[in-house]
Design a protein around this ligand. Structure first.
Ligand code: NA7
Length: 536
């Protein structure tokens, strides 16, 4: 390991979330010196920052953890099928302890700039506090949904109560008892927050701009019997994840929606609605997200469920999306979310019909009326996919910034390399397969590690994506997403964030093909000796 005072490393990793942690383990195995810079005070990334009440997995816990160490798998016992955030953060701290990771991580260290120097074949990395470091390899492990964004309401700083973004939740417990609480935003985060806050808040007002199609999570504790079964079957669990479209345990039904009778269809939807996890989203009929008529069927089914669960028909209609179909945006999984709106202390406000105009010292004002609050919670999402890259001044060959390079949309080779940015490797960069994210992380880290090993063995010290290979991959990313209903709707998945300048229209920054297809491309490149890269 490099001494704490060192400023020159073989590799610098930005971020100590799951990507950065696992990459550090692999870099050590290569015998490389490494430093991880992490803005937070602890490891865990997403699970460190998102401490809002109700935060938890929507993927099965045992399909989500690291798979690389059988000892770690046997050692750790998840308590619930969908673990809550504090448990996941404990897990990631356990991993950090077990592999003694913290000695190579510098906390409270936010990278502000990184510049490539071709003469010395290294990166000059600057932190926000002005300290400077150099490294041969720059590895970004900065996450897909890590840059929270706030609305730009007038008067936000004037509010005298408590207010925070869900991803900047205070480390101290926030008490809602007897408090007048506002939640702005109804994405996956808003839904988890609302159903939890509603349990204790004096009064809760939800400001919903666009309703989302939610489905039941069906969480429950893992029994002792199940625990044994899980631990005996990890190899099989992860093998299954590798085979599915998005690395979840659920796999699309091979049948088309209209290949079965109406009765069979209805029975299948009922079964999915009653089953835990993402099955209803990613284990549904194969044409659900490509055929508008098929999509209308499942949307109609879920709409009926919402009408059954919400007593006030007017409120139920407000909660049913009218402009996008089921599953075309990320499906929030919920536990008695819709029933929250039957509580007398909960009010749903349509903030598209009556937009929020300003925040006041005592609450906020819509176009219609003023509201008073003690706490305002912004569940307003992230500058996804490219946002974390945009906030670091990354300069490649000749001082070109990554932002300039991507001004007409992200261009990458496998989401991991960019022409003009030699020796920069992105983990979970734009254009990588997402889905069950730790599965993608492990794959990307292993791919980068294999490349570094290949270079080490041949005395090579410079790797850069070839322009024609990058163009071919970027074209494939565009082509593979054509016809997918998800890509015809505004959401973080299509790069839209109305709170961020320049992100008002859809872009293709997400890989929407299957994870196996993604891995096949990457494997081909490695097996062919990395001809898509200039190695020197
Ligand atoms: P999302 O899914 O991007 O949701 C953000 C929510 O905030 C969404 O309902 C937005 O409405 C709403 N929003 C944002 N800005 C405003 C303003 N200015 N006024 C009113 N409402 C606003 O983020 P999440 O954190 O829930 O989830 C992100 C991912 O993290 C999730 O998919 C999981 O994979 C984990 P809109 O829909 O834009 O009308």
């Amino acid at each position: 390991a490099a001494p704490a005072t060192a400023t020159r490393f073989d590799a610098i990793v930005i971020g100590a979330g799951m990507s950065g942690m696992y990459q550090l383990i692999r870099l050590r195995e290569l015998g490389l010196t490494a430093r991880v810079f992490e803005a937070g005070t602890g490891v865990g990334g997403t699970w460190y920052w998102n401490r809002y009440p109700g935060a938890r997995f929507d993927s099965e816990s045992y399909s989500y953890g690291f798979s690389f160490s059988e000892e770690l798998l046997q050692d750790w016992s998840w308590s619930e099928h969908f673990a809550p955030q504090p448990e996941t953060l404990r897990y990631l701290n356990h991993v950090a302890d077990r592999f003694d990771l913290r000695r190579d991580i510098q906390f409270k260290a936010r990278v502000s700039r990184a510049a490539w120097r071709d003469a010395t074949r290294d990166w000059a990395v600057t932190l926000e506090d002005g300290s400077e470091f150099t490294c041969r390899y720059l590895i970004t492990a900065i996450g897909v949904l890590s840059t929270p964004t706030l609305p730009r309401f007038e008067g936000m700083d004037s509010f005298r109560g408590l207010s925070f973004h869900t991803a900047r939740w205070p480390h101290e417990k926030v008490d809602f008892a007897g408090k007048r609480v506002a939640v702005i935003g109804t994405g996956a985060t808003g839904v988890q927050t609302i159903q939890e806050v509603a349990k204790t808040a004096g009064h809760l007002t939800v400001f919903q701009r666009t309703p989302n199609w939610c489905a039941p999570l069906h969480n429950r504790p893992i029994t002792e019997e199940e625990q044994k079964e899980i631990k005996a079957n990890y190899a099989e669990i992860f093998r299954r994840c590798q085979e599915t479209f998005s690395c979840f345990l659920h796999t699309p039904d091979p049948r088309g929606t209209f290949e079965v009778t109406k009765e069979e269809r209805e029975a299948f939807y009922e079964q999915l609605y009653a089953s835990p996890g993402f099955g209803i989203w990613v284990g549904n009929f194969k044409d659900m997200l490509t055929d508008p008529a098929a999509n209308a069927e499942i949307s109609d089914f879920v709409a009926r469920k919402i009408r059954q669960r919400v007593k006030d028909p007017k409120v139920a209609e407000m909660l049913i999306p009218k402009n996008h179909g089921f599953g075309t945006r990320r499906v929030p999984l919920e536990t008695r979310y819709y029933e929250v709106y039957n509580q007398p202390n909960v009010l749903l406000v349509d903030s598209k019909a009556t937009p929020i105009r300003r925040v006041t010292p005592t609450g906020l004002e819509t176009s219609e009326q003023a509201y008073e609050f003690d706490i305002i919670i912004y569940a307003t999402g992230f500058d996804a996919l490219t946002g974390a890259f945009d906030r670091i001044d990354i300069r490649g060959e000749g001082g070109l910034t990554l932002k300039q390079k991507w001004s007409a949309g992200a261009q990458t080779l496998m989401g991991m390399l960019v022409e003009d940015f030699p020796n920069m490797f992105m983990l979970l960069g734009p254009h990588t397969a997402l889905g069950n994210i730790p599965r993608s992380i492990e794959y990307n880290v292993d791919w980068v590690t294999a490349l570094l090993r290949h270079m080490q063995a041949r005395g090579l010290t410079r790797a850069e994506a070839r322009p024609e290979a990058m163009a071919a991959w970027t074209e494939h990313v565009k082509a593979v997403g054509a016809g997918l209903l998800t890509n015809q709707v505004d959401s973080w998945m299509t790069g839209v964030n109305l709170n961020v300048e320049g992100k008002q229209t859809r872009t293709i920054a997400r890989y929407s093909g299957s994870a196996p297809e993604y891995r096949a491309w990457c494997d081909r490149i490695a097996a062919g000796g990395y001809r898509e890269l200039d190695l020197a």
